[in-house]
Design a protein around this ligand. Structure first.
Ligand SMILES: [Zn+2]
Length: 172
């Protein structure tokens, strides 16, 4: 299967468009989940009788605080070698490292810090519930009994116990 992130494949001419093909894989299936998504996409293209995929893209989405899902997709096509053109560079080796960047998550709202008699409280930006904030010797903030619910977004994110809003506890 020839795979290209562009609209063309060097040395080939697209003679027939088949369909958009997808391949999904969850990171819980192992570190090679991006390759698996790519493989599934290729298999789906093969089922359509395609020999190439153009406009290939891969997206990595967080599906929970610890798991990500890779979606590989592109246009399955039939690409014929152009007579006389050099088909040296077959782009079937996709550099998956280009897709290892962390996904862009929606940024959580930031809670305001209130200092009340020397105690620091963070206020839920939606419902106003206050949570006592402790700062450890490294300057990291904690709320007793709360874990960071988002490993991807920087800083400490918690769910408000009252309204369920996920928000960021600022360091200061
Ligand atoms: Zn709340």
């Amino acid at each position: 299967m020839l795979i290209s992130a562009g609209e063309n494949i060097h040395g080939y001419k697209v003679s027939e468009y088949k369909d958009i093909v997808f391949g999904f894989c969850n990171s819980s299936e192992g570190a090679g989940f991006r390759q698996v998504a790519l493989k599934k996409m290729s298999e789906n293209a093969e089922k359509l009788g395609a020999n190439a995929i153009i406009n290939f893209k891969m997206e990595i989405y967080p599906v929970s605080s610890i798991a990500q899902e890779a979606t590989a997709y592109g246009n399955a096509v039939i690409a014929d070698p152009i007579d006389g053109a050099v088909q040296t560079e077959t782009p079937h080796k996709v550099n998956l490292e280009a897709y290892t960047r962390k996904p862009k998550t929606e940024e959580s709202p930031i809670g305001q810090i209130h200092d009340i008699n020397g105690f620091k409280f963070v206020v839920c930006p939606k419902c106003g519930t206050k949570y006592k904030v402790e700062t450890d010797k490294n300057g990291a903030v904690h709320i007793k009994g709360f874990d960071d619910v988002d490993d991807i977004e920087p800083g400490l994110q918690v769910f408000c116990l009252r309204c369920g809003t996920k928000f960021t506890v600022p360091e200061k």
